[in-house]
Design a protein around this ligand. Structure first.
Ligand code: GDP
Length: 633
């Protein structure tokens, strides 16, 4: 049964008494109190204590009985006060915050607004370092499978999942919700179901890192291929440990030893060669080596000591989300910290809601989901984006305001602050950068090594250059995502930019430079490190106009009445006055007017009045050429 809304008319509000009115005041006058020298300090202490006691915080709604407890007065008095405000409620009824605060004020309590810190708290996953170590518990590792196309990522994900379906679950329908959990020796491992380093880095570029360990799949017959290398670089750039699965060992032409050799060459030296990289031979087809792979993942998890505080309010990452016709917005979330429960108020990216239902990857209803657990959430108001950070807040009101803030933020802001060679020195000076991350793409293999070696040798003050990825071919969307996620710049050496990548780079403000000469490339990066890189400008013609009339304003000022013949003229553009084929003057457009009104720009075919700073000797027939200096990269 829901309570009737309280009468919040002016009358009800205006009856609110002065604070501090007590029963003893009798006729309503304030009690008077004259301090004397002896009881001065004690009085202040009592007054402070009383004020603190009379200051309360209210939740979104509260049961009358609890409200009475909170105010330390009889429920009967609360019910009477509610009646005065036109609301009939019994002792077990819930009243909303508005109603409760009117009654509390009427009774002389000060109602504190919810902590502004909570309202303004950014949408971030709390870091483990900030938690009380006593509350930390081990949590399952979260794994992403990466590798070259056709090396068996999808097959491996399927086999791992099937191998773990117990007899009683086998009849059930496995749900593809974007992530799943398996168990070995009573220990859980979470797998993200979208394989590939692109998904992994796209999520990072949005500011959320979900993965703890990367499994790099290399086909035993095919060996290390370009995307193997790329995936390894993406995992390394994110500081995520790599476990290699050499797949397809069942094949006749499988050559695991050759693969290990190649791995060593790309810096993933296998343990049996004296290196650090765990390598597990597997066959997704024959279901061989799967348990060994899982065991190695648990071993890495044990060494890395992944932990979380399950008792705090939950936060995590959206793995995938969709609009379901029957169920409304459905989001698969990964819990990174805390425990998500039914009824929790959640803000996820630019949307919010109350958790109505939770499901696991086998479609079973859950009451709660702890750290590293993927769960489908029902109850959000809209569909969030994969990679959005979500968190539980005190109530839906706060969720709404945070989601609103977040939505406007998303419209105006890119998730990561871009690094550019032009601004590099400023960022170094401001202490924002300790390392310049670079991605190098070249036309031929032969030029990769000399460029990477020269760049890695560069250093200025305390900043060094780190090539996080290099390769041949054009600059792809994947390169741009990696640059965005890792705050890197991209250098193309005789390399082309793919159209999709160009768009993505503009959107994410990723700095891409093109060179044809190695020494020039290295010189520019060195200059950028030391603040000596001058941005380059190029002239871009905007349009032309012909002078038709003259208006003298004063001795040194004149306005030319012109007809714009092509392009346009913009206030603030630069302008050349051309007479008889020669340039007479070069200056800036001071004012630009149409019909006595200031104009920002005037297009071809229109007449306007132009004034040029420092020039007044126009003649009918002069040609005006308008241009801008544009920064080129
Ligand atoms: P993905 O592109 O990395 O996801 O690769 P898929 O999982 O789609 O596998 C590509 C092809 O390799 C498919 O035809 C699979 O059947 C095959 N494949 C995957 N794993 C194995 C394996 O262990 N042995 C053999 N012989 N073939 C495999």
């Amino acid at each position: 049964m829901s309570p009737r809304p309280i009468n919040r008319s002016r009358g009800a509000k205006d009856r609110r008494p002065q604070q501090g009115r007590g029963k003893s005041a009798g006729n309503g006058a304030r009690p008077t109190y004259t301090p004397t020298a002896s009881n001065d300090r004690a009085a202040v202490a009592v007054a402070v204590a009383a004020r603190e006691e009379r200051s309360i915080e209210l939740p979104d709604s509260i049961v009358v009985k609890d409200f009475a407890d909170l105010l330390k007065i009889s429920p009967v008095q609360i019910i009477k006060e509610l009646m005065k405000n036109g609301i009939i409620a019994n002792i077990n009824q819930q009243i909303d915050r508005d109603a409760a605060s009117v009654v509390a004020s009427d009774l002389g309590f000060e109602v504190k607004e919810p902590e502004p810190a909570e309202r303004a708290a950014p949408l971030e996953i709390p870091s483990v370092e900030e938690e009380d170590p006593a509350l930390l518990q081990p949590r399952p590792p979260v794994v992403t499978i990466m590798g070259h196309v056709d090396h068996g990522k999808t097959s491996l994900l399927d086999v791992i999942r099937q191998a773990n379906v117990t007899a009683q679950e086998a009849g059930g329908i496995t749900q593809h919700i974007g992530a799943y959990q398996v168990e070995l020796h009573g220990q859980k491992i979470t797998f993200l179901d979208t394989p590939g380093h692109e998904a992994f880095t796209a999520m990072r570029a949005r500011g959320a890192q979900a993965t703890d360990i990367a499994v790099l799949v290399v086909a035993a017959d095919d060996g290390v291929m370009p995307q193997t290398l790329e995936a390894a670089d993406h995992a390394k750039a994110a500081n995520v440990p790599i476990v290699v699965a050499i797949n397809k060992i069942d094949k006749g032409d499988a050559n695991p030893d050759r693969v290990k050799q190649q791995l060593a060459e790309i810096g993933l030296v296998p343990e049996e060669y004296g290196g650090q990289t765990i390598v597990v031979p597997v066959s997704a087809r024959r279901k061989q080596g799967i348990d060994s792979l899982l065991e190695m993942l648990l071993l890495v998890a044990e060494m890395q000591e992944y932990k979380a505080n399950p008792t705090r309010s939950a936060a995590g990452v959206v793995i995938e989300a969709k609009l379901d016709k029957a169920r409304g917005p459905v989001a698969t979330v990964l819990v990174k910290a805390g425990t998500l429960k039914i009824g929790d108020a959640v803000v996820a990216g630019g949307t919010f809601g109350k958790v109505k239902a939770l499901f696991d990857d086998k479609g079973r209803r859950l009451r709660k989901a702890g750290p590293s657990m993927p769960a489908e959430v029902l109850g959000l108001g809209a569909v969030p984006a994969a990679g959005d950070v979500w968190k539980v807040v005190a109530d839906e009101k706060i969720a709404r305001s945070l989601a609103g803030e977040r939505a406007t933020e998303l419209q105006v802001e890119t998730p990561v602050s871009p690094v550019t060679l032009d601004d590099l020195y400023k960022q170094i000076q401001a202490g924002q950068i300790k390392e310049l991350n670079v991605i190098v793409k070249t036309d031929v293999q032969g030029s990769v090594e000399p460029i990477v070696n020269s760049l890695n040798r560069l250093q200025a003050e305390d900043v060094r250059v780190r090539v996080i990825h290099s390769g041949t071919g054009s600059i792809t969307e994947s390169d741009v995502l990696l640059a965005s996620a890792s705050h890197a710049v991209i250098i193309g050496f005789n390399s082309r930019l793919e159209p999709g990548a160009k768009h993505l780079a503009e959107e994410n403000q990723v700095d891409i430079r093109f060179y044809e000469v190695i020494y020039k490339l290295v010189e520019d990066v060195q200059k950028a490190l030391t603040g000596l890189l001058e941005p380059k400008f190029e002239e871009a013609t905007e349009g032309h106009a012909e002078v038709r009339q003259l208006f003298k304003i004063s001795k040194s000022e004149a306005v030319a009445g012109v007809m714009v013949t092509d392009g346009k003229v913009t206030r603030g553009s630069r302008c050349r006055v051309i007479r008889g084929g020669g340039v007479l003057y070069d200056g800036k457009v001071g004012s630009l007017r149409r019909f006595k009104e200031d104009a920002r720009d005037v297009a071809a075919g229109y007449e306007c009045g132009v004034q040029i700073d420092g020039f007044s000797d126009f003649q009918v027939g002069d040609i005006l050429e308008f241009y801008r200096m544009e920064r080129v990269s």
